[in-house]
Design a protein around this ligand. Structure first.
Ligand SMILES: Cc1ncc(COP(=O)(O)O)c(C=O)c1O
Length: 514
């Protein structure tokens, strides 16, 4: 063990790194960027460079006292000692190479504006203006952002909607095959893996299908940076054969907020183009603390990931079991991952269906927050989603079980349990709306804001994604129909939350000006 590593509290050694992943180099126990920054922060330098607070000395005193000197001393810029993200040649280069090795990629890029930058980059790497990309209808809006930036067109696949669970899963290999046959000119396929709720598609088969058609598979793995490090979790994108994979290191493992990674496999993707796109959209002043957290998050996963995740999986599964014993509560598990859009499940996600308690997911989220100091990730009409990670102690899960035990008893006493008339979700409209403009054309067109109920026949310039189903019903460039207006009004009336448009109550909508 190096003395530097001992000081950080990461009790790791080359030997333990090897024990976890025999194929990894002993250097996985190091964090070259973090170490260089830590050493620099100890120096007594007269600083005449950005950032202006000069390692905390000029910082607002309350901010400084709250955040701490340690963090501020490491808020550095492209100094010779700590390398340059845009042209790395020592510690950032080494840190990215170690990340590539740990995650099984050929090349890894550190991202400082989240997976949003990664999705933008993936799309802009494979698509020129006018090109087509096959994407699921429930792709994150940053994928749409990539289409707007690149000028490419989406060819949509509709993810599997689960009526019982009231959540959307992934796409099936058959859907990918059909989309590739229908759109042989597409430049690639992008899938979400896992979904917010932890569901995964049969990614290996999907990768094989894409490659049989000579197309790259791009994976939005924002919610899956941990998958690679424990065999009981679903296969990771890179392991499944994907060509580009973006991960929100900050969402699920120990990156700081906004810290993400983009992994690339050689072959179907032009790595130089990835570099060029990142030069275009990345800040020229990337935050070093975020990048250092990527370096240490990788070290932590490479050296201790399996053991840490073992514990996380155990407490999540235990909580799932205990929650399922509470009347009115249902948390689906791996037993449901038997087919199609739900091929496997990341069991560290707890999707708690609260319909049996006679409340909506939105109400449950508020009650957990206000009465029990439990902050959930998000809610849908029927579910509350909890993300369990290596940062959650057993006691957090105990609090959740206690809260639901109390809520269930209360619901029983009040007689409201099981009385809920919540619909299981409206069937999605049969057909996707007709697109008259590309997302880019609709985005840059002049717009009018008009009453939603009077918008029939107009071209939408916003995303409209109600929960349920959490899948965009309208996207920029698509024509609004009478049926869609009626559908969205019903979703709204039954308590659904409309995500995407400026007016989330849908009294008005932005359309392309005539
Ligand atoms: C599936 C998915 N992809 C991409 C993103 C964007 O990630 P980030 O917040 O790291 O920019 C999110 C964010 O919630 C997401 O859920």
């Amino acid at each position: 063990m190096t003395p530097e590593i001992a000081r950080t509290g990461h009790e790791v050694s080359a030997a333990s790194a090897e024990a976890v992943k025999p194929q990894l180099s002993p250097n996985q126990a190091r964090a070259p960027l973090f170490e260089a920054m830590r050493d620099y922060a100890k120096k007594d330098m007269a600083a005449f460079h950005t950032p202006g607070h000069k390692q905390g000395q000029g910082m607002d005193p309350e901010f400084r006292a709250t955040v701490g000197d340690g963090m501020l001393r490491m808020d550095l810029c492209e100094l010779p000692e700590v390398d340059n993200l845009h042209d790395p040649d020592h510690v950032i280069k080494e840190a990215q190479e170690l990340a590539a090795e740990a995650f099984g990629a050929d090349t890894t890029f550190f991202l400082v504006n989240g997976s949003t930058t990664g999705n933008n980059t993936m799309v802009m790497t494979v698509c020129d203006p006018g090109d087509k990309l096959i994407i699921p209808r429930n792709a994150h809006k940053s994928v749409l952002g990539g289409l707007i930036l690149s000028g490419a067109k989406p060819a949509y696949m509709r993810p599997v909607w689960d009526d019982d669970l009231c959540v959307a899963h992934g796409v099936t290999p058959e859907m990918v095959e059909a989309a590739l046959l229908e759109h042989p000119d597409a430049k690639g396929v992008l899938v979400v893996h896992p979904t917010y709720f932890g569901g995964t598609s049969d990614l290996k088969r999907i990768a094989d299908i894409c490659h049989a058609h000579g197309k790259p598979l791009l994976v939005d793995e924002a919610h899956g940076p941990h998958l690679h490090f424990h065999p009981a979790l679903p296969v990771s994108g890179i392991e499944a054969g994907a060509d580009m994979v973006v991960q929100s290191t900050h969402k699920i493992i120990s990156g700081m907020t906004q810290a993400s990674m983009l992994h690339v496999r050689n072959g179907l993707v032009n790595v130089n183009r990835v570099r060029n796109v990142l030069q275009l959209i990345h800040s020229t002043s990337p935050n070093y603390i975020l990048m250092a957290s990527l370096d240490t998050a990788r070290r932590q996963m490479a050296t201790q990931g399996k053991a840490l995740l073992e514990q996380t999986i155990a407490i999540a599964e235990d909580a799932r079991r205990r929650l399922n014993a509470i009347p009115g509560v249902y948390v689906f598990g791996r037993e449901r991952a038997t087919s199609g859009g739900l091929h496997d499940l990341d069991v560290t996600k707890l999707t708690i269906n609260v319909t049996g308690l006679g409340m909506t997911g939105f109400q449950a989220l508020d009650i957990l927050n206000e009465q029990f100091n439990i902050q959930s990730e998000m809610a849908t009409l029927h579910n509350v989603l909890l993300i369990v990670t290596i940062g959650n102690p057993q006691s957090d899960l105990d609090r959740v079980v206690d809260a639901f035990t109390f809520l269930s008893a209360q619901a029983e006493r009040l007689g409201s349990m099981g009385l809920s008339a919540l619909p299981t979700g409206l069937p999605m409209p049969d057909k996707l709306p007709v697109a008259k403009l590309t997302p880019r054309e609709a985005f840059f067109a002049p717009t009018d804001t008009i009453p939603f109920e009077a918008s029939e026949g107009r071209i939408c310039s916003e995303i409209v994604a109600p929960y349920p189903p959490g899948i965009p019903i309208l996207a920029p460039g698509e024509v609004i129909t009478k049926d869609l207006i009626a559908y969205l009004q019903v979703v709204h009336q039954m308590g659904g939350f409309i995500n995407g448009p400026e007016d989330v109550r849908l009294h008005t909508i932005k359309v392309v000006a005539e």
